[in-house]
Design a binder for this molecule. Structure first.
Ligand SMILES: [Zn+2]
Length: 128
């Protein structure tokens, strides 16, 4: 494992009908199968959207390292409310409310604006 090497990448696959197919959950599963506990501890996860509670728990259970996210779950919930999209069945919680020992950094002001635009396009809502 080289420093700066991309080990695994994925995208959201919930459009197939399985709402657990979050990329952050797939990362945790992949890491559990392919990395030693020491490698997992050193692995940094970058994501466009903050982990949901399911993914935060999976991240913590497999012992992955720091998380950097572009937009927060709180931002996403706010955008959905603004666009009249009903909230999902799982409470919106910051990563550290679920996984207390994980170093989590975000949101990023510029990148979160880009994520908002992608979410608008994906849901066919909002815009100016
Ligand atoms: Zn998730």
């Amino acid at each position: 494992m080289l420093e700066g090497e991309e080990l695994f990448a994925d995208r959201n696959r919930v459009s197939g009908g399985d709402n657990t197919r979050h990329p952050e959950f797939e990362i945790a599963r992949w890491a559990a199968e392919n990395l030693s506990p020491d490698q997992r501890k050193k692995a940094v996860v970058y994501t466009s959207g903050e982990h949901c509670p399911m993914c935060s728990a999976a991240h913590a259970w497999v012992g992955l390292g720091p998380i950097y996210y572009a937009s927060s779950s709180k931002q996403l919930a706010g955008w959905f409310a603004e666009w009249g999209i009903p909230p999902g069945p799982v409470e919106t919680l910051p990563i550290n409310q679920v996984a207390t020992g994980i170093e989590a950094t975000g949101p990023d002001e510029e990148l979160s604006e880009q994520v908002k635009l992608l979410q608008q396009a994906a849901h066919g809502v909002g815009g100016n």
